[in-house]
Write a protein that binds this ligand. Structure first.
Ligand code: NAP
Ligand code: ZN
Length: 353
């Protein structure tokens, strides 16, 4: 075991502060990674503030961060896929049982014995729970380590490990969206990646936003149209016209307003995870045979496919790079939907402490 610098919170209401955490030595299939950048996902904020208490209560101290990009510093004796010096990524998962039917189908995110990157019981016993990427280094089983294309800006690659795969996966799963009318609800970390992927796959992309100030950016990011969702008239003009909508809103909202945007057999997929249940009108779904689904990140193979796609299409996240010392201010801004469009922490700032 060794000690690594990190930033942690000790309760749902305390700010982040500097800390040291235990990490295991690299044995067997382990890969030790020096973390270069880590994105700040809204799930980090939900967890830190224990907003998902009823489903996944938070254990403190909590070190979040599951949008990790870094360089391999050391590998265990059984590691075959990576060597020191390579650029790699780690997303929301660090382990699974590898033998259950969902793992066999490369859907490790649904494994009942999976381990999330932070706030999951630590099977190695290094600490009570796993600690994430707001840290100078991490040790991960090579089966949960991704190869990062060399041609992309690393600060913008980090968010691909969660925001990227979470939007890529449901868009691919929907089918061929070329020429289809696709809505992306909420222009935040997930939403802006949803726009980039939907555009890359040839959809007619429409952003729904509550922030009129984001309209120009939405068009620059690839949207063909922007609807200010608080404007009833604009909403009415598009009612019943969408094939597919991706809902990334992090807070309680009227989902029926978006179901009403779908045409016959249209689907709305939730990736946003508000802390309280949403109220769904049966009639909104019945008329038009519409469907409502959910989607959770993506499997490891699909995450690699997404990273390779980003490498060949030059896709990264639009980031605001911050030193870790500004993390508390960044959380305040994230809570107010005021980030363009993902914070990416430059971990060199932690090393310098
Ligand atoms: P984010 O950057 O904060 O973006 C969320 C966006 O939702 C905001 O930018 C805002 O967009 C909109 N929004 C926020 N509050 C709203 C409200 N009260 N009413 C209407 N719109 C509102 O968050 P994120 O990192 O993209 O994450 C979004 C959600 O997805 C979170 O709940 C997160 O936990 C969840 N998530 C799920 C998965 C998964 O696997 N399913 C993975 C990662 C994250 P506008 O300003 O454009 O309105
Ligand atoms: Zn995330």
């Amino acid at each position: 075991m060794y000690q690594a610098k990190a930033y942690s919170v000790t309760s749902a209401t305390s700010p982040f502060s500097s800390d040291t955490i235990p990490r295991r030595e690299t044995t067997g299939r382990d890969v030790q990674i020096e973390i270069l950048f880590c994105g700040i996902c809204h799930s980090d904020l939900h967890t830190v503030r224990d907003e998902w208490h009823s489903v996944m209560p938070t254990t403190y101290p909590c070190v979040p961060g599951h949008e990790i990009v870094g360089r391999v510093t050391k590998v265990g004796t059984e590691v075959t896929r990576f060597k020191a010096g390579e650029l790699v990524g780690v997303g929301c998962m660090v382990d699974s049982d590898h033998i259950c039917p969902t793992c066999q189908e490369h859907l490790e995110q649904f494994c009942n014995n999976g381990t999330f990157t932070y706030n999951s019981p630590d099977k190695h016993g290094t600490a009570p729970v796993t600690y994430g990427g707001y840290s100078e280094s991490i040790v991960v089983d090579e089966r949960f380590v991704l190869s990062v294309p060399e041609n992309l800006d690393l600060a913008g690659v980090a968010p691909l490990l969660c925001a990227g795969i979470t939007t890529y996966s449901p868009i691919r799963r929907w089918g061929d969206i070329k020429g289809k009318k696709v809505g992306v609800v909420g222009l935040g970390g997930l939403g802006h990646m949803g726009v980039k992927f939907a555009k890359a796959f040839g959809a007619h992309v429409v952003v729904f936003t509550t922030s009129p100030g984001k309209k120009e950016d939405a068009l620059r990011l690839g949207a063909h149209e922007v609807i200010i969702s608080t404007n009833a008239e604009e909403m009415q003009q598009h009612a019943g016209t969408f094939n597919f909508i991706l809902d990334t809103i992090a807070a309680d909202h009227d989902i029926n307003a978006y179901i009403n945007m779908l045409g016959r057999d249209g689907n709305i997929t939730l990736v946003g995870a508000p802390e309280t249940p949403l109220q769904v009108s049966a009639f909104a779904l019945l008329f038009g045979r519409k469907s409502l689904s959910g989607s959770l990140i993506g499997g490891i193979a699909e995450t690699q496919e997404m990273l390779d796609f980003c490498g060949s299409h030059n896709i990264t996240s639009d980031v605001e790079i911050i030193p870790i010392q500004q993390i508390n201010e960044a959380y305040e801004r994230l809570a107010k939907s005021d980030v363009k469009y993902r914070f990416s922490i430059d971990m060199a700032s932690l090393k310098a402490e």
